[in-house]
Ligand binder design. Structure first.
Ligand code: ATP
Length: 296
């Protein structure tokens, strides 16, 4: 007998996207991570799907169906999360992951980070929760700044590198969102480099956004949003500037901004109107932008 688990049916988990309603970068740490103040907002309707099968032989396999820009190697955040779990739980990998990508890649929507968190949660469940929440959170922070949030993807204020999470009230506003990706990826490392080179005005405080979320006032949420990456991103990519200005001029749109380190934009719309704004973007910009909204 070896100590590998018996083959099993797949267990699956949804790995949702996020947007950042507020994102300020307050400094760079010696380890390369940045200190942030951010408000994470999960986008549950837009999600990758990750399936885990326990195999009767050693190894960690990953199938992505050839999703563009997504490595099918040990570099994939799913494999890196699995390796971290194997080390911390002292188990031998005997796993096949099947990843169905729906979240655009290198988009500021946290797709890879969400996949990593899903891998940690799937493995911990499959082995009878050997790792306590704090241990999982520590592994997650080692994988990336956004990963801890995705262990429990609920609206949250994050500080530190993104790992110090304060849940926001459950009554936070429902936000009708339209996501607009210009159709090209933006590596996070480039975005941080450009941020450091580009002057920007001081960030507004985050408190008004938290107050607006607490009372569920979508217009006030939209007015209080902020993203430090906007200035460098629109400077480098005029198309982003055009899209942002277009969204902000629409009467249905309460506010529009960059998500994460870009290039995806999101508009907070009046109820029932994301579809209208999406049609207008399509008419003005043609087929290239990727658009997503949750149907009413
Ligand atoms: P964030 O908002 O957390 O900065 P992002 O949406 O900008 O993330 P990702 O989609 O997570 O960026 O991917 C960034 C890079 O990570 C990609 O260029 C890709 O090569 C690599 N990567 C590794 N694993 C994955 C994964 N599971 N899904 C997507 N990209 C992955």
């Amino acid at each position: 007998m070896d100590n590998f688990p018996r083959p099993s049916c797949a267990i699956t988990r949804s790995a949702p996207a996020k947007v950042n309603l507020y994102l300020e970068v307050t400094g760079r740490r010696p380890d390369g991570y940045h200190n942030l103040v951010t408000v994470f907002w999960p986008v549950a309707g837009l999600a990758d799907e990750l399936a885990l099968e326990l195999l009767g032989r050693p190894g960690c396999e990953l199938r992505t169906g050839g999703a563009a820009g997504v490595p099918e190697t040990a570099d994939n955040l799913v494999c890196r999360a699995a390796a971290a779990f194997a080390g911390a739980a002292a188990v031998a990998p005997a796993w096949r992951f099947t990843l169905t990508k729906r979240i655009p890649v290198a988009a500021g929507l946290g797709g890879g980070s969400s996949d990593a968190a899903a891998a940690l949660l799937l493995l911990n469940a499959a082995y009878g929760t050997p790792l306590a929440p704090d241990t999982l959170a520590g592994l997650a922070a080692g994988l990336g700044a956004d990963v801890p949030f995705f262990l429990r993807p609920e609206p949250a204020l994050a500080t530190g590198i993104g790992e110090q999470l304060t849940p926001l009230p459950a009554g936070a506003a429902a936000l009708p969102l339209l996501l607009v990706n210009p159709g090209f990826p933006l590596p996070t490392a480039w975005a941080y480099g450009a941020l450091a080179r580009t002057p920007r005005p001081p960030a507004p405080p985050v408190a008004p956004l938290l107050q607006a979320l607490a009372v569920g006032a979508a217009a006030a949420v939209a007015a209080a949003g902020y993203n430090a990456f906007e200035y460098s991103a629109v400077h480098k990519f005029p198309l982003l500037n055009l899209l942002l200005e277009f969204l902000r001029r629409r009467p249905e749109v309460l506010g529009a901004q960059v998500s994460g380190s870009g290039p995806t934009l999101f508009a907070i719309c009046r109820p029932g109107t994301p579809v209208v704004v999406a049609a207008a973007v399509r008419a003005a910009f043609g087929p290239a932008p990727w658009l997503w909204w949750l149907p009413d």
